[in-house]
Design a protein around this ligand. Structure first.
Ligand SMILES: NC(=O)c1ccc[n+]([C@@H]2O[C@H](COP(=O)([O-])OP(=O)(O)OC[C@H]3O[C@@H](n4cnc5c(N)ncnc54)[C@H](OP(=O)(O)O)[C@@H]3O)[C@@H](O)[C@H]2O)c1
Length: 669
């Protein structure tokens, strides 16, 4: 779609940088300083290549609108000019995307939204912040209930000394820190919690260096207490005085009844590993890395997505409605801060604000698009990486509960449990404690041990009771092999090692494995009956080869939803994975890291260095790239976080091929 830029100041470069990769093409640019517009037009043409047409250049908006028929205008003028330019463009029948703020006056902002609606035009407004990765991730974590009710939020917007870092600071000095800086955390908070009802109190601090010849016209530093209509109380600090390199820049810290969530930068265009920190209960905060591949937004994404919606026949105004509400909040804060008799004030037009929905509306567990070639309709939606809860470690047993807690805080949403691991009750206690995610956001996988093939219902109900759950998301056979029944396997972790090993690895009198004469197909039908009985949403099987699985399905007509096998570059099990994916069966990779020597393989280390990830994250990413869900375990909090972040590591086909070369048909533990 053709578009027009109005304003060729500092921010236009950010927008123009996205043009070569965008479906938008710049037909013309207008700036009252024609030279700046001409420089930008030349730069855009240069970036587009030798044969590119140079965008037309104007110094007068009306002249540009009269001569150019591009349907979309991107308003990049200085703060105070936004409303006039947007109005003129709407009156000329153009869709508009405006830099923030939408206006400097709430009535003006509301009138622009109304004017766009009357004329059937799209109106969008920066910032894109609520749609960027880090902010969306924080929202998802908030929505999973881990914080309980959120009572208090600290919001910071330290714009800093614009006289030092901006080549043309006048516009910032005129509007102050609210309309340029506070709009970032406010837009995010309004997206999360809905509209602000009231400014309880506000204060202006007239701090500014005496040596500076240029002073802000608006208060340089503002503090306010805001009350959301259906949400927390927010303590906001916005400043041109406090340095933008302060410890807190554009941060949000949400305090709930049961935990805390910290978003490092409410304006960030992408998520980094430490962008979001989370803490449930009294635990230490951990990084909660975004679980999906990293997606960096650009400034041009705002107008580009507006253009896509226009092309589809939509006339969106949601971001402008939110922006108009944020203008109303800024105006109320400023009025209250400068009113010596202020006793708080209502924010104008709260009902009309209609932001996009409060936290909870869009709560959804992290998911990943299905891998290529896999049937989409039936397949389970799983997070890209899960957490293994086995306590077994190189011949010994480790405590898992602290690391499961860390994993939940870091954002893991798939827990691989089993009665064999002996810690179901402790995991259940953790899931029931304040600061853990709601059940709906979790995928809990359980497994019946080999001694219980003839007593699946008893095993399943016992595990559910210990975990405190009504049903599993998937209940699986730990192995296809049936062994002699011993007794219910409850709280194994509390028993002496010799005793639990005797219960779980039964032997005959002459020291052989005590097997049970039980047909796998019969067990499989019993497992399917548990699904019908509502004790599990789906069923699965572990440690099975392709031939055995194929014949089991052929004989019973019952497909698993999930298959769990040991999988890493030494043992890729390509045929099994392909067969499963063709049928919409998800594959989960157990023991993805612990194959002896794997993390020290030169190929793994080289690829890791190339992608800037650890060897562990690299081999996990190899599984993720194949649409297989690895379930690493770790007792080291840094490893726990690093392994989840592996979901964002992207490997090239060549790198994947180098790791695939490690395949060893004779691999055995
Ligand atoms: N269905 C089955 O039969 C079956 C069998 C085996 C396992 N499983 C499941 O698979 C899960 C994982 O398997 P696993 O526990 O055998 O082993 P794993 O996850 O393959 O490897 C764990 C080992 O890797 C280390 N590690 C983890 N993250 C690391 C990192 N980022 N950098 C360096 N080292 C790292 C751990 O040490 P640190 O603790 O020091 O990080 C630990 O020594 C189990 O918990 C269980 O849920 C299922």
């Amino acid at each position: 779609m053709n578009c027009l830029f109005v304003g060729a100041g500092a921010v236009v470069r950010e927008y123009a940088a996205g043009l070569p990769d965008s479906s938008l093409s710049l037909a013309a640019v207008c700036d009252r300083e024609r030279e700046r517009a001409a420089d930008l037009a030349d730069a855009v043409a240069d970036a587009a290549g030798a044969d590119a047409v140079v965008p037309a250049v104007y110094a007068d908006l009306d002249a540009m609108l009269a001569a150019e028929d591009a349907p979309l205008v991107v308003n990049l003028t200085s703060h105070a000019a936004h409303a006039d330019v947007t109005r003129a463009c709407l009156d000329a029948g153009r869709h508009v995307f405006s830099e923030k703020p939408l206006a400097l006056d709430p009535d003006e902002a509301a009138a622009l939204v109304a004017r766009a609606a009357e004329r059937g035009l799209a109106l969008g407004c920066a910032p894109l912040a609520p749609d960027c990765d880090a902010q969306r991730h924080a929202r998802t974590l908030l929505a999973d209930g881990r914080l309980g009710g959120v009572g208090l939020v600290y919001a910071t917007a330290h714009v800093g000394r614009v006289t030092e870092w901006h080549e043309r600071p006048d516009s910032f000095l005129a509007v102050g820190p609210l309309y340029d800086g506070a709009v970032y955390p406010l837009s995010v908070l309004v997206d999360w919690f809905g509209p602000v009802a009231r400014v309880r109190s506000a204060d202006a601090v007239d701090a500014w260096p005496a040596r500076e010849s240029r002073r802000p016209e608006a208060p340089p530093h503002v503090e306010a207490t805001l009350e959301f209509a259906e949400g927390p109380v927010v303590s906001l600090r916005a400043s041109l005085y406090a340095d933008h390199r302060s410890r807190e820049f554009y941060s949000l810290e949400c305090h709930g009844d049961d935990g805390t969530l910290y978003l490092e930068d409410a304006g960030a265009m992408a998520a980094d590993r430490e962008s979001v920190l989370a803490r449930g209960g009294a635990r230490e905060s951990v990084a909660a890395p975004h679980p999906r591949p990293r997606r960096e937004r650009t400034h041009l994404d705002g107008p580009a997505s507006l253009a896509r919606e226009i092309a589809r026949g939509d006339r969106p105004r949601d971001t402008a409605i939110r922006a108009a509400h944020v203008v109303a909040v800024c105006a109320a804060v400023e009025a209250e801060a400068t009113d010596p008799d202020g006793t708080g004030r209502t924010v104008a037009g709260v009902d009309a604000a209609g932001p996009s929905g409060a936290v909870g509306d869009r709560a959804a567990p992290a998911t990943r698009p299905p891998p290529e070639g896999r049937r989409d309709d039936a397949a389970l939606r799983l997070p890209p990486v899960g957490f293994g809860c086995s306590r077994y470690r190189d011949g010994t047993y480790v405590d898992r509960v602290d690391s499961v807690a860390t994993a939940l805080d870091a954002g893991y949403r798939l827990l691989d449990s089993a009665e064999l691991y002996g810690n179901e009750r402790r995991i259940g206690d953790l899931l029931a404690s304040p600061g853990s995610p709601d059940r709906e956001g979790l995928f809990v996988l359980g497994k019946a041990w080999n001694t219980n093939h003839g007593r699946l219902r008893e095993a399943c109900e016992g595990s559910l009771g210990e975990l405190g759950l009504d049903a599993f998301d998937c209940y699986a056979l730990h192995w296809p092999d049936a062994w002699a029944y011993t007794e219910p396997l409850r709280e194994l972790a509390e028993r002496p090692v010799a005793e639990r090993e005797a219960l779980t690895f039964p032997e005959t009198d002459d020291g052989e494995r005590a097997t049970a004469d039980r047909d796998l197909a019969a067990t499989w039908r019993d497992l399917a009956a548990l699904r019908e009985a509502g004790l599990t949403r789906t069923i699965g099987i572990c440690n099975v080869g392709l031939e055995r699985l194929r014949s089991l399905v052929a004989e019973t007509g019952i497909e698993p939803a999930l298959v769990q096998v040991e999988r890493h570059p030494y043992t890729p099990r390509r045929d099994l994975v392909a067969w499963c994916h063709e049928r919409g069966i998800r594959v989960v990779a157990h023991s993805p890291l612990s194959a002896p020597g794997l993390l020290d393989e030169p190929a793994v280390r080289e690829v890791a260095a190339e992608v800037g990830a650890s060897p562990a994250a690299t081999v996990l990413a190899w599984n993720v790239a194949d649409g297989v869900v690895p379930i690493p375990s770790s007792v080291d909090p840094d490893h726990v976080v690093d392994n989840l972040a592996a979901a964002r590591v992207t490997l090239t086909p060549a790198q994947r091929a180098r790791l695939a070369d490690l395949a060893d048909p004779g691999f055995e533990r």
